[in-house]
Design a binder for this molecule. Structure first.
Ligand code: AVI
Length: 328
């Protein structure tokens, strides 16, 4: 393709799928399915569609911060350094930062990490008409975990200052403990003391507003969540699940501060032996996603547990969302 170079950094490139039949079987015994099922090529596109829905306030709130603070953010990213974005998805938010780096004449190598080569290619090629002179663009095909080893080897080849971007409230799709552990796994093995992390975090906002963000009137969230079943079928090698047989159910739990997305069969679904056989009863609530929200205490606890210090934070005007710059 004409786009930027894409490097496959998957540990077991193409030999082993990121989600196995055993993973599906295991999670179904707990009435769950892996969240990663949502992110096939189609799922990444559906999520992008969601980011344009006004009820999904997170993206606009984040873009507002990035636009307001773009000079400050560019100032914080050193000349000659490396910028890696975890789960880059659509690059319309990132382009705000890249444009600011270019304007500041900073030579920075930007790497977009995501799980679909086709989507990486499409999103990176949307940036190439900008013809950056200072900013260099590349793609990394792989999972979050794969990027840890990749950063380690990048650093051992040639010492470089690394900034990680983890935007879009992606941290929210981990439990609070998992999020802290995940951040620790970077700081423990891949990051040096001077390196830094930019993390976008959604807040425990008005419950009604959060609920609507995940239960939009255009029903795009429902489409996005139901599409997870298509990837499950591909992994199973047969059409076990028909999306028309399922409802989407969203619940916001303000006490614990998370939204939960469920798939609910409308009719009994026979399961193949490979995932345990038997029937998935109609009405069973199968959780496929949690979206954790953070208040100020949740954030400081996260950073304490992860052993990170905060250099700055920026809030959007209505304080629904914040961006945090942290280091170890
Ligand atoms: C990607 N992730 C942060 C989104 C979220 O808000 O949890 C995915 C999403 N799920 C439903 N709508 C959007």
């Amino acid at each position: 393709s004409m786009g930027a170079k894409i490097v496959d950094i998957r540990r077991s490139a193409s030999t082993e799928p990121a989600i196995s039949v055993a993973d599906l079987k295991q999670s179904l015994t707990h009435n769950q399915l892996p969240t990663l099922l949502l992110y096939d090529e189609k799922g990444l596109q559906l999520f992008e569609d969601i980011t344009y829905v006004s009820e999904y306030y997170l993206t606009n709130a984040e873009i507002e911060i990035l636009k307001t603070e773009s000079e400050e953010i560019a100032f914080r990213i050193p000349d000659g350094s490396t910028l890696v974005e975890l789960g880059s998805g659509n690059l319309r938010k990132t382009s705000v930062i890249l444009d600011a780096l270019e304007a500041a004449k900073k030579t920075v190598h930007y790497y977009a990490l995501d799980v679909s080569e086709a989507e990486l290619d499409r999103c990176l090629s949307e940036l190439t008409p900008r013809e950056y002179k200072y900013v260099q663009l590349s793609g990394l095909l792989g999972l979050y975990e794969d990027s840890i080893d990749w950063i380690k080897s990048l650093k051992s080849d040639k010492p470089t200052f690394v900034s990680l971007l983890w935007l879009g409230s992606s941290i929210g799709n981990f439990t609070r403990d998992e999020a802290a552990e995940f951040l620790k796994s970077f700081t423990a093995s891949a990051l040096s003391t001077s390196d830094q992390f930019f993390i976008g975090i959604d807040h425990r906002n008005n419950p009604e507003i959060v609920y609507k963000a995940y239960n939009d009137s255009e029903k795009l969230t429902a489409k996005f969540i139901l599409n997870g079943l298509n990837q499950a079928n591909r992994i199973l090698g047969e059409k076990v699940f028909d999306t028309r047989d399922f409802d989407y159910l969203g619940k916001y739990n303000a006490d614990v501060g998370y939204h939960e997305a469920y798939l609910v069969p409308k009719v009994p679904i026979p399961l193949p032996q490979s995932i345990g056989g038997g029937m998935l009863e109609a009405g069973t609530e199968i959780n496929i996603e949690k979206s954790f929200k953070y208040n100020v205490c949740d954030i400081s606890r996260l950073l304490d547990t992860a052993g990170l210090s905060e250099a700055c934070n920026w809030y959007n005007g209505s304080r629904e969302y914040s961006l945090h710059l942290v280091y170890k």
